[in-house]
Design a protein around this ligand. Structure first.
Ligand code: MG
Ligand code: MG
Length: 257
């Protein structure tokens, strides 16, 4: 049975949302050709711990790092490594925090130096599809309305939507009900209520939507080895319009952290 989050709970989720947003911005400042994803992971882990929080991904089901760092054809759940980023790569950074018993969870795909026009378009469309999803995340709608909004937008550009992974509710646990697929039919799926806190996170492929999991059991790759992008924000569902609990403004507007 659904229970709306209280104002106090939403405040704690907002604090976490702010922290993941700032952490992603700190990481973004360091994304450049020549940097390893392991170095970026260290930046994030230090920043999170300096703010009195814990990187919630570290040890989650055995995940080995603070961040998921997914380069190029890795859709999500990439391990930070000694891979050296190079001009033209894209790196999807997914960050989770745990502070005062509540979670933060957001992701952003950064271009490394200059990327080609098609890759730039993949990033722009994936991020815009997330905002389309947020627009649909209104009390009284259903998760299928969010999925439909994301999917119809992304596919109108010839891109495809990963089906195997989805967004989710968030609270004291990082993954709560309901699941929030990035595809679907309007009017179908779980009902959205005022005070429901969810993460919307489109994973969009430049080519086909087929994916496979690497031998390490985590890294999700596109089957055709083409690029994929991933953007995620946490919102609270409201009547009329959802309220964002995390933001890309620290990354994009150069706000000081
Ligand atoms: Mg995430
Ligand atoms: Mg998530």
């Amino acid at each position: 049975m659904f229970r709306p989050k209280t104002a106090e709970e939403i405040e704690l989720l907002r604090i976490n949302g702010e922290l993941v947003s700032k952490t992603l911005a700190e990481v973004g400042k360091c994304v450049a050709p020549g940097v390893t994803t392991l170095e970026l992971n260290r930046v994030a882990e230090t920043f999170i711990r300096d703010h009195g929080a814990v990187p919630s991904f570290l040890g989650y089901d055995g995940f080995p790092a603070a961040l998921c760092m997914s380069v190029n054809d890795v859709v999500v759940h990439g391990f930070p490594s000694d891979y050296v980023l190079k001009e033209g790569d894209i790196v999807s950074v997914d960050c989770g925090t745990l502070y005062k018993g509540y979670n933060g969870d957001s992701a952003y795909t950064f271009p490394v130096g200059e990327v080609d026009a098609e890759t730039r378009r993949l990033l722009d469309v994936t991020k815009a599809s997330l905002y389309k999803g947020i627009e649909a995340a209104v009390a009284g709608h259903r998760t299928g309305d969010i999925g439909y909004a994301v999917q119809s937008y992304a596919e109108s550009f010839g891109f495809s939507v990963v089906r195997e992974l989805e967004g989710h509710g968030i609270g004291t646990r990082m993954h709560e009900d309901p699941g929030v697929p990035n595809y679907g039919r309007q009017g179908h799926g779980a009902k959205l209520y005022d005070g429901m806190t969810i993460c919307i996170e489109p994973m969009i492929c430049a080519g086909g939507r087929g994916v496979y999991v690497a031998k390490n059991g985590w890294e999700v790759h596109t089957a055709d080895r083409r690029n994929a992008a991933h953007y995620e924000l946490t919102v609270v569902v409201r009547k009329g319009q959802a309220e964002q609990l995390s933001t890309f403004d620290y990354i994009e507007k150069g706000l000081t952290c």
